[in-house]
Design a protein around this ligand. Sequence first.
Ligand SMILES: NC(=O)c1ccc[n+]([C@@H]2O[C@H](COP(=O)([O-])OP(=O)(O)OC[C@H]3O[C@@H](n4cnc5c(N)ncnc54)[C@H](OP(=O)(O)O)[C@@H]3O)[C@@H](O)[C@H]2O)c1
Length: 343
Amino acid sequence: MLTARLSRPLSKLPGKTLSFPNRENGTRYTLQFYPASFVPVGHRTYADAVNPVGSKAVLVTGCDSGFGFSLAKHLHSKGFLVFAGCLMKDKGDVGVKELDSLKSDRLRTVQLNVCKSEEVEKVVEIVRTSLEDPEKGMWGLVNNAGISTFGEVEFTSMETYKEVAEVNLWGTVRVTKSFLPLIRRAKGRVINISSMLGRMANPARSPYCITKFGMEAFSDCLRYEMHPLGVKVCVVEPGNFIAATSLYSPERIQAIADKMWNELPEVVRKDYGKKYFDEKTATMHTYCNSGSTDTSPVIDAVTHALTAAKPYTRYHPMDYYWWLRMQIMTHLPGAISDRIYIH
Ligand SMILES: NC(=O)c1ccc[n+]([C@@H]2O[C@H](COP(=O)([O-])OP(=O)(O)OC[C@H]3O[C@@H](n4cnc5c(N)ncnc54)[C@H](OP(=O)(O)O)[C@@H]3O)[C@@H](O)[C@H]2O)c1
C-alpha cells in the first residue's frame, strides 16, 4: 500500500530502483521504475475498480454542459442511477434536452441551482423518494457546478467575488450539507471538482482561486470528519480543459470585460489605462481555445473515485506542464516558484 502510494509520483522517474528499510520490522521495500511507467498524468492507469456499480444513486451538479454533462452520460452508461442537476432544466436548455432524449429511467435531469436552498431541498426529496430504500441512503455526490471569471484584484468588484463564491464554494457546501444524511447512510462518496487553481494561484484569477482553495479546505475538513463514518471524500483537480467545456467563451469574456471596465473606479481606470486593460482581455480571449479537448481524464478520475474500493484523496487530470508546475509551486519556497513561473 505504502509502496503503491510512494511509487505514483515517483513513477515519473524512468529506470530507477529505490530501496528503503522499514524500521519497525527490518524488511526492505524496493521500488523499481521502468521507462514503460511513463504514462501521461491525465491518462494514468488506475488501480482496479472493485465496487460493483449496480444502480447506485449519484447526483452530479452542473450537468447542462462540460464535465457535468459528459459525466452524467458516462455514469449512466456504467449502470449508476444518475440524477443530473441542471441549472437550466426549467428553461429547456439544449444539454438538458439531450440528456432527457436518452429516455432512461436511470438518468433523470432535475432543476438545480446550487445557490438556491429551496431547489437543493427539493432535489433531496426527489432523490430520497426515488430510492428503493431511503434508509440505505445514496452512494455519491459530485459537486461539479462552477463558474469562472478573470481580472486583477483591482479590477474585480466585491460583487463579483461574492457571485463566484456563491456558486463554487457556498454552492458546494450547501449541496453537500443537504445530501450528507443520505450519503452517510450508504457510507458513500463525495467528489468535489476543484481545479489546479485550488492548489496554486494565478495572477488575474483571484475570484476563482479563492473559491477553489476554499473548496479544497472544505474537502479536507469533511474528509477528516467523515473518515470514522465510512464516507470517502475525494477532490479532482483538473488542469486546463477550457477548449472542451463552456467555462469560457469569447462572448462571455467580452461581456465580463465590458462590465468590468464600466464599473472600474476612476482612479484604477486612470492608473492602468485602457490599453493595458484591453491587452489583458485579449490574453483571456486566447485562452478560449486552450487546453485539452479530451475530458476523459477528468471523467475517468471521477469514475475511479466513485467505484474504487480505495479511491485517492486527490486526482490530477492535467498535462505534464501543469502537473510539474503544481508540484513546484506547492513544494518549493515561494521565492523560487515565483521566479520560475510568475515573474
Ligand atoms: N474547464 C476547465 O478547464 C476546468 C478546469 C478546472 C476545473 N474546472 C471545474 O470543473 C467544473 C465544471 O466546469 P466546466 O469546465 O465543465 O464548465 P461548464 O461547461 O461551464 O460547466 C459548468 C456547469 O455548471 C453550471 N452552473 C453554473 N452556475 C450554476 C449554479 N448556480 N447552479 C448549478 N449549476 C450551475 C453551468 O450551467 P450553465 O452552462 O447553464 O451556465 C454548467 O453547466 C467547474 O467547477 C469548474 O470550476 C474546469
